[in-house]
Design a protein around this ligand. Sequence first.
Ligand SMILES: Cc1ncc(COP(=O)(O)O)c(C=O)c1O
Length: 386
Amino acid sequence: MPGWELINNREKRELNSIFEKSNGVMFAHAFEKRRNNIFRVRKFEKAVAKFLGVRYCLATTSGTMAQFIAMKAMGVKQGDEVITQSFTFVATVEAILLLGAKPVISNVDDSLNMSPKDLEKLISKKTKLIIPVPMLGNPCDMKKITEISKKYKIPILEDACESLGAKYKKKFVGTHGKVGVYSLDFAKTITTGEGGLIVTNDKNIYKHCMEFHDHGHENNKTRPRGKDTRTIWGLNLRMTELQAAVGLAQLRKLNFIRKKNKINKNFIKNKIKFNKQIEFRRINGDGDLSDTLIFFLKNKKIASKMENYLIKNKIGIKNLPNAIDWHFAGNWSHIFRHVSLYKKNFRTKWNKSRNYLERAIAIPIFVKYSYKDLNHISNKINSFFK
Ligand SMILES: Cc1ncc(COP(=O)(O)O)c(C=O)c1O
């Protein structure tokens, strides 16, 4: 599952090189001589862009801030409506609120991602942006979502925070819209402890993101940093060299993670698929990240029983149903208290989504599962139904 499983001497070596080769320069800019002209954040961004096949990549402090910066660069402002989905992490909606925009929230379907049908119903004259969220490694139905985006001329920002490495129709998730963002926090496909990435092929959006995340610095190569040119103001949302060093080592492991995920997920899936009581989450396309195996049970009561049974048997669960409070909009009283659109009806508004989510079980797929682990998980799931 996540990159933390594979942290070893390679990350340590990259970190050490900051001290051995760059005299401890942890800042992404300037100090050319002292750092021996080694710029790790820049190198990491280039490597990610190459891996994903996009022109531009910007590293930042978190996935939440990556989304905030990107939305700002795409022109989202106070009063605009931004459509996203009811199953996501709170961060997607928090970033929208931080810009003073209005989150408009769609149901999810049996893929647990944005329902394209619902999306189209929610479009209004005020819609500025569509944010599909490929959750737990499953790509969104980008064919239909892109058709809707083109029909109404509304751009897409993919919140691919949970799905770096997944593909939809042979193209990486996060590279289907105008902009994509990823998280590098400790539970993600690869990690830098905390961190985020913005990717795009749009030069103007990249330029705006780059300047905004660095107090407006244009990084004008003809000037020293203290005399740098600027036209916009911004904030400090920069990644450090420490994070990028770890990121460089982690990125080299991404293809291995993708490959192992698939093998391990398919092993369990093939062993439990004969249970008539199990219905697997629908996967859009065939390139999911496979870091989670999700299935639906008949109802919430059975799902809750299975949750306890799995915990008792020392089998991990990932977000569903144990962390649903953080991932389902129908439970966010602390957020919708402040959003007039949903103040009164947020608990029942997405009942269709609730129905899928409350009877779902998500099994994390670890890269380092042994044959014994995989058999244990599969056998336990099977014996639950006996
Ligand atoms: C779907 C989604 N969006 C955004 C985020 C926020 O990322 P970060 O934790 O890097 O801020 C996360 C992280 O869990 C996420 O899962």
